[in-house]
Write a protein that binds this ligand. Structure first.
Ligand SMILES: NC(=O)c1ccc[n+]([C@@H]2O[C@H](COP(=O)([O-])OP(=O)(O)OC[C@H]3O[C@@H](n4cnc5c(N)ncnc54)[C@H](O)[C@@H]3O)[C@@H](O)[C@H]2O)c1
Length: 379
């Protein structure tokens, strides 16, 4: 097949390109080498057999040209950040998806398209699904909490509480039916999902949406502040500096290895049963951020205590964990553990000393924009 990967110079796109080329497909990449991801320009990891087009998914004629002769599309180009330039999220993530379907339908290219795979995110599920273990006023009743606001977080009250009895809620795995996007990125990703699924069905463009949890592995840009715990901890340990752990470190996260994600991407392309479906792609093991840090210390052999001093990132989810039962029904299962992801990423960043000053720069910027805040009134 001739396959277009938008955002194919990035982390997930480039690994997917390698796997597709390995399987004998022809790959074309459309990427505008976003400065925050690729400050040094075209990355060395681009496969030499991939055709590279420098271009922007927001520009109709550039996307149109990239779609010529294509049988399948992976739409991965995205704006992911914590910054408050809200409109950029929608221009890049949402409008580009509408533009993709617009071009396919207007030019009748859609008749030849065998699959569109859209990268969505666990963020769409917002704070996820909870139950109250103490409250018998709510039998079998699930709670989908709202995002935590400044009044709560500035007092260091991290957990979600039952709206009836005020007990601390218990998190549950969230399946694909959980939809509660709470920040600009999540809202842009959910609208992207909706455009893809609804227009895909209406115009018979077989479309699959994959909602990744936190993907880990080499080539994940250490310049992008959005690429969370792995990046912050690895860069700090590399510099022999104690990393800041936000909140109390007990927040639950769901990490999935890039190799497992690539397998899910190939399955979404190849299996007919994947068409017109949304799937969670997660690691299957719930990690606290603190446990993740301790595991990283062991794997990389650096014994530095973290700073747990009441910093938090405004807009972060407390606990989130994806139920992957649906994609397991297609035969997919996460098979690489977090230790492997850490080892691979550590080797990757150790070979790239340019990352060292990035941490302080992105941290300072996030503090200035009040994305990173500090507990003021612990009670
Ligand atoms: N990495 C994760 O943990 C994760 C988790 C959930 C969802 N996702 C989604 O997976 C997809 C790929 O993520 P990634 O981690 O590989 O990101 P990445 O930042 O490494 O790659 C994205 C690529 O898109 C390119 N790009 C950005 N804006 C563009 C534009 N306007 N036109 C053309 N290219 C543009 C960038 O230059 C970059 O090469 C994204 O849609 C993202 O939202 C990623």
């Amino acid at each position: 097949m001739h396959i277009l990967i938008t955002g194919g110079a990035g982390f997930i796109g480039s690994h997917t390109a390698d796997a597709l080329i390995e399987k004998g497909h022809t790959v074309r990449i459309l990427d505008n080498l976003q400065k925050t991801i690729h400050p040094e320009g075209r990355p060395e990891h681009l496969h030499p057999k991939a055709e590279f087009i420098f271009g922007d998914v927001r520009v109709k004629d550039q996307l149109y040209r990239a779609l010529q002769g294509i049988d399948a599309v992976f739409h991965f180009a995205a704006y992911q950040d914590y910054l408050p330039d809200f409109s950029t999220f929608f221009h890049v993530n949402t409008v580009s998806t509408a533009l993709l379907y617009e071009i396919l339908v207007e030019t009748s290219l859609h008749r030849g398209i065998q699959r569109v795979v859209v990268a969505s995110s666990q963020a769409v599920m917002g704070e996820g699904k909870y139950t109250c273990p103490a409250c018998d006023g709510l039998p079998n009743h699930y709670i989908y909490p709202e995002i935590r606001l400044e009044e709560q977080l500035s007092r260091g009250r991290w957990e979600h509480r039952c709206p009836v009895c005020r007990s601390i809620l218990k998190w549950l795995p969230s399946d694909e039916s959980v939809i509660h996007p709470c920040n600009q990125y999540a809202i842009s990703k959910y609208s992207q999902e909706q455009i893809a699924m609804q227009l895909g069905k209406r115009y018979r463009i077989p479309t699959a949406v994959l909602r990744y949890s936190i993907v880990q592995g080499p080539r994940q840009s250490f310049h992008n502040a959005y690429s969370g715990a792995m990046r912050i901890f690895a860069l700090s340990l590399l510099m022999n500096r104690p990393p800041i752990i936000f909140e109390d470190g007990r927040q639950v996260r769901d990490f999935v290895n890039i190799r497992d994600v690539v397998r899910a991407n190939l399955m979404a392309l190849e299996q007919d049963r994947a068409a017109y479906q949304v799937f969670n792609v997660g690691g299957g093991v719930a990690w606290s951020v603190l446990d993740f840090f301790h595991t990283m210390q062991q794997v990389v052999g650096r014994d530095i205590d973290p700073i747990l001093s009441g910093y938090y990132r405004y807009g972060d989810t407390r606990h989130i964990f994806s139920d992957t039962g649906k994609i397991q029904g297609l035969g997919w299962k996460a098979t690489h553990d977090v230790r492997t992801s850490i080892q691979d990423y550590w080797e990757y960043i150790r070979a790239r000393p340019g990352g060292k000053d990035v941490l302080e720069r992105t941290e300072a910027q996030m503090k200035k924009l009040e994305v990173i805040r500090r507990v003021k009134d612990p009670r």
